[in-house]
Design a protein around this ligand. Structure first.
Ligand code: MLT
Ligand code: MN
Ligand code: ZN
Length: 278
């Protein structure tokens, strides 16, 4: 299975358009918003989340570009972990896709109904809560009930899931968990035997958003890296890679003590475009 990290930043990317914090103004290599492409055969590709940056991400990734037919595309479907706008708005950009299956938790599908009716106007989309991808085995773990700000209260949840995706042909296993409010029940089983875990790296510390007048980060549904690092160190099997990194997160500065602490704990901070073969 091929895995391409199309984007590795949290909502807004880095730099973020409305932010003048030290990291957004220090000329770091830019990161686009969290999105991953996977393929078992190198020909048909599935997106894990669909970021507002999807157009640039596709154009920057030869395997995802259209062809050889004039309107032939290699995308075969989209799996959403949640209904947050940084994970779902790209569906509007893909409206001419001619209809792709989109999988998401039931509550996320209901929150997305305004966007669904827009893209449905372009025809052929299928919205599903039970994942079924030919050639790959997918397990879904509910991980939290964090509801997007724009979504009306109502559905019970789960609002957010993590995916374990196995290629039966190679035995390669990817776990994708960019939004973890806690280290949830069942997560150790999900990551057991995985080759690569793409883990929520949104915030380094619990009070990080205070510096830019933001909400408490736990209320935003993200376990800080300080809480996940000891767990990563205690579970040395898979490659651990942090993604969905927020523009406020000091780990983005490769000269920071926090960046060094992540690497010392055995985790990686791969940039956009990183490719793995599992
Ligand atoms: C999140 O990851 O917590 C959300 O994307 C935040 C947001 O966009 O409101
Ligand atoms: Mn987000
Ligand atoms: Zn910033």
């Amino acid at each position: 299975m091929k895995v391409i990290l199309l984007g590795t930043a949290a909502g807004g990317g880095c730099p973020q358009w409305n932010c003048a914090c030290r990291l957004c103004t220090s000329g770091l290599v830019p990161r686009s918003q969290d999105c991953v492409a996977i393929s078992a055969d190198g020909a048909g590709w599935y997106l894990l989340n669909c970021s507002p940056d999807i157009r640039a991400q596709i154009l920057a990734t030869p395997a995802l570009r259209a062809g050889p037919g004039p309107r032939e595309i290699p995308l075969r479907g989209v799996l959403l972990t949640d209904a947050e706008l940084d994970h779902a708005l790209g569906l509007l950009m893909l409206r001419e896709a001619g209809g792709l299956p989109v999988w998401a938790p039931e509550a996320a599908l209901s929150a997305l109904s305004p966007f669904r009716s827009i893209v449905d106007g372009y025809g052929g989309w299928t919205w599903l809560s039970a994942v079924n991808i030919p050639g790959l085995r997918v397990d879904v773990l509910p991980v939290s009930n964090k509801r997007p700000k724009y979504a009306p209260a109502g559905p019970e949840g789960p609002w957010v899931v993590a995916y374990r995706i196995e290629d039966p042909a190679t035995g390669g296993v990817l776990v994708y968990a960019p939004c973890l409010q806690s280290w949830p029940p069942g997560f150790d089983t999900l990551v057991s035997g995985a080759d690569l875990v793409l883990l929520d790296g949104t915030f380094y510390a619990a009070d990080e958003m205070a510096g830019v007048g933001g909400p408490d980060q736990l209320a935003m549904g993200h376990l800080p890296i300080t809480a996940s690092l000891p767990r990563i160190t205690a579970r040395p099997g898979p490659h651990w890679a942090l993604t969905h990194v927020n523009n406020t997160n000091p780990v983005l500065d490769p000269t920071s003590a926090e960046h060094a602490a992540v690497l010392a704990a055995g985790a990686l901070l791969p940039p956009d475009g990183t490719t793995y073969v599992l």
